[in-house]
Design a protein around this ligand. Structure first.
Ligand SMILES: O=P(O)(O)OC[C@H]1O[C@](O)(CO)[C@@H](O)[C@@H]1O
Length: 426
């Protein structure tokens, strides 16, 4: 399994001896768990130390949910839902989402209409809830849970208890107390793993397994990545390469990174990546702003700005070498649409050509870029990819002398809303 990073500039030239020593120190700090924010470095060796009993428990629970439910409603926001949503979307086929269990997300936004419609939608289906909140106090998912819990109790009576699963901190938080009081089955978010690094814990694994995907393979991909990126080699460690390139571009006048893909199934990988990098790096007046586009869609929208607008952007393509199914353009008798010149070309090949054309055009327009390529979209490759991004994010943040594992800025809006809504104590 391989993730390649191809840069439009000369990567080797960036590797000064000063940078090499800084990278070495960062690598050591991450792997000996002595870097700043070390108390949240639990994700680094989580894949290789994951307990088989825990995986079996998740698989059994998922099997039970699948056999008793048509829908699993996952309630969570930020890192408590983006990882599972990213993996499920990347593995699903466009129209037939899951064969026998549908995963629906709630609590990632506040909308009475959404919740009312959801409850109506659930009415003739068998339902299970999984509320996920590490802190157990986040307002948006708590609001959604209040409504959905009431719905479950009205609908299932005492049986509601066995249809509600809670994923939260082992020791603290309102959600933990509520789960104990009600007797809900609990899963733990490890204290040393923050929300945006938690996709390989119960936070991501339970919804992904319930959706019918192979979590052993997902973890296996992450394990391979853990081993691979555990080796300090600036020439072959692609997580380090990606971090070095983006740091160089940031330092040379490009504060915005646009991640571009040609596959709609990767939209939530992009959303997950935005939270990962944005919340990890955007502090102390520093950090690359992570944005995303989907091509060809956005070539007919934001493409104009990228080509010609203010020069502050660099672009990182996320490409997948092979696709699970494809179509080939056929020869039409009258060639009325004048597309016969494309006959014999597969649509995937069209996208590959479009990548080349776009990359060249944007580079000519002053947008430096890199291309990250993975072989295919399956559990193992996605596990590998997500770990790659987490490791690159840690390196990238430390290169900016930022602690990747806190998010003090998020508190400001929370304090304001509590004041506006007169929460006791504010
Ligand atoms: O899992 P929790 O504690 O509900 O937090 C949800 C999200 O809110 C934040 O704490 C702040 O946005 C994120 O870091 C986190 O992923």
């Amino acid at each position: 399994m391989n993730i390649s990073v191809n840069y439009s500039g000369d990567y080797n030239q960036l590797l000064t001896s000063e940078l090499e020593s800084k990278l070495k120190a960062i690598h050591k700090g991450i792997h000996t768990k002595s870097a700043e924010g070390a108390e949240y470095l639990g994700w680094v060796d989580w894949p290789s130390t994951i307990n088989q009993e825990f995986l079996e428990d998740i698989k059994e629970t998922a099997k039970h949910i699948r056999s008793t439910s048509d829908v699993l409603v996952v309630i969570g926001i930020g890192g408590s839902y983006l990882g599972s949503k990213a993996v499920i979307e990347a593995l699903s086929t466009p129209f037939k989402k899951q064969t026998d269990l549908e995963v629906i997300f709630a609590g990632h936004l506040v909308s009475g209409e959404y919740l009312k419609e959801l409850i109506t939608y659930l009415d003739n289906k068998e339902v299970t809830l999984n509320i996920i909140s590490k802190s157990g106090t986040t307002t948006e998912p708590a609001i959604a849970f209040r409504f959905l819990q009431q719905y479950m109790e009205k609908r299932y009576g005492d049986q509601a208890t066995s249809r509600i699963f809670v994923t939260t901190d082992e020791e603290k938080g309102a959600l933990r107390s509520l789960a104990i009081e009600k007797g809900y089955r609990r899963f733990v978010v490890p204290g040393n793993i923050g929300g945006r690094y938690s996709v390989f814990t119960a936070v991501g694994l339970l919804p992904i397994a319930a959706a019918g995907y192979d979590i052993e393979k997902l973890i296996n991909g992450a394990k391979i990545a853990e081993q691979e990126f555990g080796v300090f080699d600036t020439k072959s460690n692609s997580a380090i390469q990606y971090a070095v390139i983006r740091n160089h571009l940031y330092n040379t006048g490009y504060p915005v990174e646009i991640m571009a893909t040609f596959d709609e199934k990767l939209t939530y990988v992009q959303e997950w990546w935005k939270q990962l990098f944005g919340e990890s790096e955007g502090k102390e007046g520093k950090g690359i702003f992570p944005a995303s586009v989907l091509y060809s869609t956005d070539l007919h929208s934001l493409g104009q700005y990228i080509q010609d607008g203010k020069r502050m952007l660099f672009e990182s393509f996320l490409m997948v070498k092979s696709v699970p199914s494809d179509l080939m353009v056929f020869e039409a008798e009258n060639n009325g649409d004048e597309l016969n010149y494309l006959s014999g070309l597969s649509l995937h090949e069209f996208n590959m050509a479009c990548h080349e054309a776009t990359a060249t055009a944007h580079l000519d327009g002053g947008v430096p870029q890199l291309t990250i390529t993975i072989e295919q979209l399956d559990e193992q490759h996605i596990g590998h990819l997500l770990y790659f991004y987490m490791m690159a994010c840690a390196f990238s943040s430390y290169l900016l002398d930022i602690n990747p594992f806190d998010q003090p800025g998020v508190e400001d809006y929370k304090t304001n809303i509590f004041k506006i809504l007169k929460k006791p104590g504010y």
